[in-house]
Design a protein around this ligand. Sequence first.
Ligand code: ZN
Length: 90
Amino acid sequence: MIIDCPCCGRRPVSEFSYIGDAEAAKPDMHAPAAEWVKAVYTRTNPRGMHLEHWQHLHGCRQFLKIQRDTLTHEIFSVELVGVYASGEGE
Ligand SMILES: [Zn+2]
């Protein structure tokens, strides 16, 4: 799988690290620990279109939001997240 990083261009997936589901809502900061355990460690393993967080760990180290088909591995969009996405980090 090749990921087109907005900063580095087309790079092999071995340079990236999967961070987690970008669609799952996080609990309130003061929610019980059991809710946080479920949010952090429970995976849905969806089949088909999915929105995910990745990090270009062995490249620019930026965090990315990637929309891809988990069945075909086709990538539909890649965008920066965090301060660099809004231009605040420049
Ligand atoms: Zn990069």
